[in-house]
Design a protein around this ligand. Sequence first.
Ligand code: SF4
Ligand code: SF4
Ligand code: SF4
Length: 329
Amino acid sequence: MAELPKISIYWASSCGGCEISVVNLNEKILDVAANFNLFFCPCLLDTKKTDIEALPDKDILITFFNGSIKNEDNAEMAHLLRKKSQLLIAFGSCSSEGCIPGLSNLHSLDDQMNAIYLDNLTTINPDRIIPRHETIVPEGALTIPAIYDRVRTLSEIVEVDYYIPGCPPEPHQIWNVIDHVIKQRPLPERGSVIGAGRSTVCDECSRKKGNKSIKKFYRTYEIVPEPETCLLEQGLICMGIATRDGCGGLCPKVNMPCTGCYGTPEGVLDQGAKMAAALGSILDIGDVKGLTDDEINKRIDDIINEIPDFAGMFYKYSLCSSILKGKVI
Ligand code: SF4
Ligand code: SF4
Ligand code: SF4
């Protein structure tokens, strides 16, 4: 019997949610097992790094690489899996766009380490010990992977063939990609986003859309939205207008605004800028006849200041791949 093509699923700086999404393929996992040899998946298998190193180059058909690049171990595995894989797929928002870990790029590494190991309510660390790349002990030097000062996307480290967005990607979209490979259909142009749409979440959202005109923004706990009308029109910041489609509009379906996890839509350079521009065009500051510039600006500020966290709202998933990346530290 011919050997099945190898696939690997690797997590770098990841929460594990992308693996759960693969498990949520449910019975289709059996089809995956029938068609592929799942050779490397640290959360399921005990395959060693040396086993990967021993493979001929390009011996793995597809690597699904989730998680962002935050330390030198993540980067080393990215290089190794790139070398050993025919197709390297940035799987999920973290590896594609940096995702929530990427928001740490707003802070220096010292501030991050202090927040994690010293100055927080749930850590007891009286000796104020912070992990270091190298620690000298009587037996010699102990090392752990060096932590980078900022999160990087996979494509900042190695060449990426395809991107599957989502935090995590929806199982039906993962299956679409796997089924495509099983049926040996031609793959799209290298560098494309696959397992998602080419439009925005608004286009797959069934809520009624009318003229958008916002006098006040609300946070989700402040109102119970009307179930059929566009959430943005009700003052909830729904990122659907600036987010790639593909999830089926899951969050608006359950009365929650889209937070943007499918990332930047096709043809858009910067998800946060797109959203800010969209909001700018729908603010209702009333009749401005006779008002001074300062009075108009104050009306705008009064509405905008209702938004508690611009970066976390507009760039929750895409800061690393935005125009701002690397300029904010
Ligand atoms: S994309 Fe989301 S689910 Fe996947 S590893 Fe990152 S944070 Fe977790
Ligand atoms: S803004 Fe949100 S609620 Fe409104 S149509 Fe778009 S996805 Fe649906
Ligand atoms: S609605 Fe938005 S946040 Fe929710 S799953 Fe879809 S893309 Fe992600």
